[in-house]
Design a protein around this ligand. Structure first.
Ligand code: PRP
Ligand code: URA
Length: 212
């Protein structure tokens, strides 16, 4: 039987402090971009906590010693375009050898359904540990479609990492893909009639890239 994924809110004080900075409507593009990356970096520390280690032998300047290094699957960071791009550099600070795949998707403003427009992945996804990143998990439609796209290409080990999640999106993603782990910096209250997270932080893509 496939493992049951977990949902975890990473409520570290530094993460919560930085999240309050970017929630503020007066936070400008430059600061928003910087702080999104900082939060992503802090989250990567927790998200990678269960990475397997294996024994190795190291010769220090003093002696030979049995130590540990990372074993197993190599990480692929997969931002959902556009807003997911804002989290990539922060995670690469911690995991610089990670490969980066891209899933291009936008939410139709009327139907709120995601529309896929681009997918480019490294080869051999089945042997890789995948972190899908997107600041916002709202209805869950984009996340579900991104996981579908990756599973269709052979991915089996997937974590979804977002900054702000709505209960509706967490429920939908867990129902459709119960095997994946979901990490959020905050679980907010609800979605409004336009599908925005309340209180949320507005349109993450527009705030990152200075568009309207
Ligand atoms: C936003 C966000 C997610 C999606 C979340 O992207 O970055 O990808 O909406 O909403 P959902 O959970 O209801 O699918 P958007 O479609 O605005 O595109 P953008 O990143 O290009 O701004
Ligand atoms: N996408 C965003 O960028 N913000 C929301 O609140 C919901 C979807």
């Amino acid at each position: 039987m496939a493992k049951l994924g977990k949902f975890k809110v990473l409520d570290h004080p530094l993460i919560q402090h930085k999240l309050s900075i970017i929630r503020d409507k007066n936070c400008g593009t430059r600061e928003f971009r910087e702080v999104v990356n900082e939060i992503a970096e802090l989250m990567a520390y927790e998200v990678s906590r269960d990475m397997p280690l294996e024994d190795c032998v190291i010769e220090t300047p003093i002696a030979k010693a049995k130590m540990k290094h990372l074993a197993g699957k190599k990480v692929v960071i997969v931002p959902i375009l556009r807003a997911g791009l804002g989290m990539v550099d922060g995670i690469l600070e911690l995991i610089p050898a990670a490969k980066v795949g891209h899933v291009g998707m936008y939410r139709d403003e009327k139907t709120l359904k995601p529309v896929e427009y681009f997918v480019k992945m490294p080869d051999n996804l089945a042997s890789r540990e995948i972190f899908i990143v997107d600041p916002m998990l709202a209805t869950g439609g984009s996340a579900i479609m991104a996981v579908d796209a990756l599973k269709k290409r052979g991915a089996v080990s997937i974590k979804f990492v977002c900054l702000v999640a709505a209960p509706e999106g967490v429920k939908a993603l867990r129902e459709k893909h119960p095997d994946i782990d979901i990490f959020a910096a905050a679980l907010d209250d609800h979605l409004n009639e336009n599908g925005y997270i309340v209180p949320g932080l507005g349109d993450a893509g527009d705030r990152l890239f200075g568009t309207k």
